[in-house]
Design a protein around this ligand. Structure first.
Ligand SMILES: Cc1cc2nc3c(=O)[nH]c(=O)nc-3n(C[C@H](O)[C@H](O)[C@H](O)COP(=O)(O)O)c2cc1C
Length: 165
């Protein structure tokens, strides 16, 4: 692979943005050229040779910027190698077992012929937007369940697959 990789994300409260940053760092260390762009700011996928896209999960769906990104760029995405990640569970489950994609993401994987998907632990902390978020936090169900070792392991595998393209 000689072109640039797009790492893009939909994130309401910022934690998925940091995951995207970690993924990009691993790809760069592997010698790949990488741009990290929020999903709502991607005008075109044409400049990129491969795409890694992810989002925080909200009520069983990807965050809306990322959903729109997949819809808007579906033709170009279907023509490029594509990897997907979801970030959500506010417990250790994602570190303990493989969690399948939510139905909408599963459909996108099939339609766009994505190479892989991973569900990663999420994060919800004080200051998160919305009353549901505040309720979760009030009930003591928040916390940072991001597993950066797991993120890096997955990103290293993606880098390896890109290198062998
Ligand atoms: C209103 C709300 C709904 C959520 N729904 C889900 C869900 O359906 N599945 C899940 O695994 N996590 C869910 N979460 C947890 C978020 O996915 C998690 O906090 C994620 O890290 C948020 O990403 P962001 O900080 O990039 O926005 C929900 C969180 C909130 C506040």
């Amino acid at each position: 692979m000689t072109g640039t990789v797009l790492v893009t994300y939909g994130s309401t409260n910022g934690s998925t943005a940091q995951i995207a940053g970690s993924i990009a760092e691993v790809l760069r260390k592997d010698g790949l050229m990488v741009e990290v762009v929020p999903a709502r700011s991607v005008d075109s996928v044409a400049p990129y040779e491969a795409v890694v896209a992810g989002a925080g999960l909200y009520a069983g769906r990807w965050q809306k910027d990322a959903r729109r990104f997949l819809r808007r760029h579906r033709r170009a995405l279907a023509e490029r190698p594509l990897w997907l990640f979801s970030s959500g569970p506010l417990d250790a489950s994602a570190s303990e077992r493989d969690i399948p994609p939510v139905p909408g993401v599963k459909r996108a994987m099939v339609a766009l012929d994505a190479r892989d998907h991973v569900t990663l632990g999420g994060c919800l902390e004080e200051g998160a937007k919305g009353w549901v978020a505040r309720m979760i936090l009030r009930n003591g169900k928040g916390g940072d369940f991001r597993d950066f070792a797991a993120i890096e392991t997955w990103a290293a595998r993606v880098a390896d697959e890109m290198r062998h393209m």
